[in-house]
Design a protein around this ligand. Structure first.
Ligand code: NCD
Ligand code: ZN
Length: 354
């Protein structure tokens, strides 16, 4: 059968590692991986080195991206212990949102002081939402702060039954909250840890099979699918001190198409969570001449190596998937075809308005 044409797809949670960790990923290799995975816009997280905490650092990232990215990119600002929330607020118009790490994470961005959290929730002017890494009890804290300060809250990588149930409850009460779930929390669980060994280290950690089932059961509460593409080199991942995080840009869409093949999702479910909802939540531009062609009948096994991502491994190696990315166009220009990236560095647009 013929290929199916999808609109431009957005991954709202990606780590591109530049500046500071270019041995893990760069703006160029990470956006190449996005195209190979059928993603045309990525929203990049601020935990680089230095972190994207000020207007100057945002400008620096934007300048690097202008000559290197091959898909469209928006940048999150990050809240840190050392930044004045008012300075963060001044940079807000140029960012897709503010990321606050309230739970343990890779890097030094964790905020666990209530007064500081309150200051950021008070000062953030939008228009992007506050995106939080908040697991367990800290999720309840963030939901309360968002309500009290009138903020839109986006909850990153929800992984447990209690968390998705709490978000359902908050939505029922009219809270301005949205959330995302990763493919690794939908497809993997702690039963995969013996196979993955240290490579299975990630934040939030792989949860129980019951937690995973609860995510599928509450699909209607999930606004976005997002990879939390968190590349670390294989040597780092195979070490006893494996940093947390797994790559995901090149496997998310094939896995989701596999769920369509299995009757667990519809194509409309995918379009809502990778296009319609992300563009609404993060105020992203839409271009009808940006599209992704997929072959829903292609069957293949996820390989061990040969990915576009610089880290070149996948927690899904060996999985049989039904659905392949055939062609990607960015504003009418074919940027990926026949398994190869055809985009010139810099052809992606930076959504920073600087
Ligand atoms: C992320 C990373 O490596 O930057 N790791 C992870 O396990 N998800 C950090 C994060 O998103 O918390
Ligand atoms: Zn992340």
């Amino acid at each position: 059968m013929d290929a199916i044409r999808l609109p431009g797809l957005v991954d709202v949670h990606v780590h591109l590692r530049e500046p500071g960790y270019e041995h893990k990923e760069t703006l160029r290799t990470g956006t190449q991986a996005a195209l190979a995975g059928g993603i045309t816009t990525v929203l990049e997280m601020p935990n680089t080195s230095p972190p994207t905490a000020t207007l100057d650092l945002l400008r620096n990232k934007t300048q690097r991206a202008a000559t290197s990215v091959v898909c469209d990119v928006g940048f999150f600002l990050g809240a840190t212990r050392d930044t004045d929330p008012l300075a963060t607020a001044a940079a807000a118009p140029h960012a897709c949102g503010l990321k606050i790490y309230v739970s343990e994470t890779f890097g030094s961005l964790r905020l666990d002081d209530l007064a500081q959290l309150m200051a950021f929730f008070r000062a953030w002017p939008g228009p992007g939402p506050i995106a939080v890494h908040a697991e367990g009890l800290t999720l309840a804290t963030c939901l309360a702060l968002a309500q009290l300060y009138g903020q839109r809250l986006h909850v990153c990588h929800v992984s447990r039954r209690s968390e998705i149930e709490l978000i359902r409850r908050a939505k029922q009460h009219g809270a301005a909250v949205t959330c995302e779930v990763t493919p690794h929390h939908l497809w993997l669980c702690e039963d995969d840890l013996p196979r993955l060994a240290t490579r299975g280290q990630m934040k939030p950690p792989l949860a129980s099979a019951a937690d995973r089932a609860a995510l599928w059961a509450h699909l209607d509460v999930i606004d976005c699918f997002a990879t939390d593409h968190a590349p670390h080199s294989l040597a780092e991942k195979n070490s006893p001190q494996s940093p947390p995080g797994v790559p995901g840009l090149e496997t998310m869409l094939p896995l989701l198409l596999t769920a369509v093949y299995e009757g667990r999702l519809t194509l409309d479910d995918i379009i809502a969570r990778l296009h319609t909802n992300p563009t609404r939540i993060f105020h992203l531009p839409i271009s009808a001449s940006t599209w992704v062609d997929v072959d829903p009948h292609a069957v293949y096994d996820v390989p061990d190596r040969g990915f576009q991502t610089l880290c070149d491994w996948s927690p899904f190696s060996g999985f049989t998937v039904h659905g392949a990315v055939r062609q990607v166009a960015l504003r009418n220009q074919i940027v990926f075809a026949d398994g190869a990236v055809r985009a010139a560095p810099g052809c992606g647009r930076v959504l920073a308005n600087l």
